[in-house]
Design a protein around this ligand. Structure first.
Ligand code: IMP
Ligand code: MG
Length: 179
């Protein structure tokens, strides 16, 4: 696989779409087993998590529903530190099992803020599924329940992850080349 360039930055192949699909299938199987008969609400955090949420949702073998929220904390390749909820949840989560689906947990600020908001709506329980997890960058105390890949604190793009809105449609995941 070749490198790709966005905004003058070069990215090299990191995780292939085959590896992603295999891992997403494993997480879907786990969620299917744990949530069978409970009809969980899968909450996809837009925009980045939509490819992951889609593949995960379509691989669930149990009854489930999907909903979408939008939050943002990034500008360019640096976390801005500011978390905003742009689009709220319209479905009622009260007394329902909820699985939040996120593309990546970096500082954990986005997830901490969202979890706090969600818990005021009294869901039955909440679990977090993230495709990627950067434990070295974590500032908030967040322990994701389902993790696709644990990765070092490097900037990545592809499979929903963007650089200023670009590169989300790459099928594979790429990492910023630092040399
Ligand atoms: P956090 O609030 O610092 O955990 O950041 C989470 C959000 O920042 C994610 O939902 C992504 O949208 C974005 N983000 C964090 N790391 C990366 C990255 O390496 N590439 C692209 N976006 C990222
Ligand atoms: Mg995101």
């Amino acid at each position: 696989m070749k490198t790709v360039t966005y905004n003058g930055l070069t990215f090299k192949p990191f995780i292939t779409s085959d590896q992603i699909s295999k891992r997403v299938g494993e997480i879907a199987a786990q969620i299917t087993e744990e949530y069978s008969g409970r009809n969980p609400l899968i909450v996809c955090v837009l925009n980045g998590a939509f490819p992951f949420a889609s593949e995960l949702f379509m691989n669930l073998g149990c009854d489930a529903q999907i909903a979408f929220v939008r939050l943002q904390s990034y500008c360019g390749t640096e976390s801005s530190g500011e978390v905003r909820q742009v689009v709220g949840l319209t479905e009622s989560v009260k007394d329902r099992p909820v699985v939040i689906v996120e593309d990546i947990i970096d500082t954990g600020r986005t997830m901490a803020r969202f979890l706090a908001d969600l818990k005021t709506q009294e869901p039955a329980d909440v679990k977090v599924a993230t495709l990627l997890f950067k434990p070295d960058a974590l500032i908030e105390k967040i322990t994701p329940d389902y993790v696709g890949f644990t990765i070092p604190s490097k900037f990545i793009i592809g499979y929903g992850l963007d650089l200023n809105g670009q590169a989300r449609n790459l099928k594979d995941i790429y990492v910023l080349q630092q040399d």
